[in-house]
Design a protein around this ligand. Structure first.
Ligand SMILES: C=CC1=C(C)c2cc3[nH]c(cc4nc(cc5[nH]c(cc1n2)c(C)c5CCC(=O)O)C(CCC(=O)O)=C4C)c(C)c3C=C
Ligand SMILES: [Fe+2]
Length: 412
């Protein structure tokens, strides 16, 4: 990774240089923690392929990519239980994940190994595809720090100030097997196969150190520069525009100065999987639908206004309108939600679909939890939704080249 050399003495830049000229590939070795080292080879003869085409989102920086990055079209969210018996093996996994994230987000691919007696090293499905704005974002759940169990990795003393599970809400219908987790990885890209390749290989690399709890896939589609619509047909994400400046992100998204140092430049990720009852919604009148949000369906304008981005006047909306309640909380959050479809609900024959609600904020105790509480008690949207999964994660600050994800948590 970066100019850091691996065991075989080949740097990422060398790897990518080789990638550009070789035209054939190199693989992640068989699944396992040192898969990448094995795959890159030790004698410099390895052939690598990179795909420099396609837009890349830089992985390195003060903040992790994938938080305030403009939303990509596809998202996978995977939750892991760490089974590594000790801190060193967990660190090894984080290093492997970082190196794979580095290669894949910069458009490098690792192709099949050259040993016909071993399974092909890379799954291969992204070899001819560009980087597609691939990002990988990591979050640590309360259980990683020993909350609700033992401090397996000796990091309990570095628990961030606001990291705990989202408290139980009156209308929760949560499935614990689809909630929480020690580590969550959010992978996003504009190409679904690129995104899937990445999440699949994060899972492969975790063999022996972590087990996959659950995985969700989401999508969102809209014209470039325009707000995408959710599965109820409403523009969703308009109010993010209120804080989309560096100062706005500092105020809304990035963790406060009084957090443990490893959270500098980090954020808290709130996750809710929310089933949307499409058949009930589709039978409701346009007036009811618009009253649910307090915005007009086609234009996205707030009640009493013309344009989508005109300032909201909550007093023009019904008391139970979703946007009115959000406004009354007087808080902002940075939403990064994706729609999902999960086939048919076998109990009802209805479509199982909804929203993978993701929001990033600097202080979930102030910004997110009271808002969610207020919405769960009064929101007209509750007639059409069911909250089925939940999670809260602390996302460490970004990494510099040569560092691994979360390094400051373990080494400072
Ligand atoms: C606890 C926070 C929120 C949950 C959960 C949530 C679920 C949810 N929202 C929509 C659709 C829309 N939400 C809109 C605005 C909006 N929603 C939240 C928070 C939660 N939403 C906030 C903070 C806001 C912004 C309010 C403001 O300041 O104006 C909108 C309107 C357009 C927009 O600004 O995005 C829609 C539409 C669904 C379908 C849903 C659960 C399935
Ligand atoms: Fe909302």
């Amino acid at each position: 990774m970066g100019e850091q050399t691996n065991k075989g003495g080949i740097s990422r830049r060398d790897f990518l240089k080789m990638s550009a000229v070789a035209g054939v590939g190199l693989a992640i070795g068989g699944a396992g923690m040192s898969a990448i080292e094995r795959a890159i080879g030790t004698d410099g003869t390895a052939q690598a392929v990179g795909n420099p085409a396609g837009e890349q989102v830089p992985m390195y920086g003060v903040h992790q990519a994938g938080i305030v990055t403009p939303q990509q079209t596809y998202m996978y969210l995977a939750s892991f239980r760490i089974t590594a018996p000790n801190r060193d093996i967990l660190i090894r996994l984080l290093k492997d994940w970082t190196r794979f994230a580095d290669l894949s987000t910069s458009g490098g691919s690792m192709l099949t190994g050259d040993n016909p007696n071993l399974p092909p090293s890379d799954t291969g499905e992204s070899l001819d595809l560009p980087a597609s704005r691939l990002t990988a974002t990591f979050g640590f759940g309360p259980s990683l720090f020993g909350i609700g169990g033992t401090d397996r990795f000796g990091i309990g003393g570095k628990l961030p100030k606001h990291l705990k599970d989202i408290p139980r809400m009156p209308k929760d219908n949560l499935d614990p097997s689809q909630s929480g987790g020690d580590i969550v990885v959010q992978v996003c890209a504009d190409d679904q196969q690129v995104a899937f390749h990445a999440i699949r290989n994060f899972i492969r690399l975790s063999t022996g150190s972590a087990s996959l709890n659950w995985m969700n896939e989401g999508f969102i589609s809209g014209q470039p520069g325009k707000t995408a619509r959710n599965l109820f047909g409403f523009k969703d994400g308009t109010a993010n525009g209120l804080h989309q400046t560096p100062a706005g992100f500092d105020e809304v998204v990035w963790a406060a100065e009084d957090e443990p140092s490893w959270m500098k430049g980090g954020s808290y990720l709130a996750f809710r999987k929310i089933r949307m009852l499409l058949e009930v919604w589709d039978r409701s009148s346009l007036a009811d639908q618009q009253d649910t949000f307090g915005r007009y369906k086609e234009s996205g304008a707030a009640y009493g206004k013309k344009g989508e981005f005109d300032a909201v006047d909550a007093s023009q909306m019904p008391d139970t309108a979703h946007v009115r309640l959000a406004k009354e909380s007087k808080q902002q959050i940075h939403r990064r939600a994706f729609s999902f479809t999960d086939g048919v609900d076998p109990r009802t024959g209805n479509v199982n679909a909804g929203l993978l609600f993701l929001s990033y904020q600097r202080d979930p105790d102030i910004q997110f939890v009271p808002m969610l509480k207020m919405m769960q008690s009064n929101d007209k949207l509750n007639e059409y939704t069911l909250h089925v999964a939940s999670g809260m994660y602390a996302c460490p600050g970004g990494v510099r080249e040569g560092e691994y994800i979360g390094q400051k948590l373990f080494e400072s």
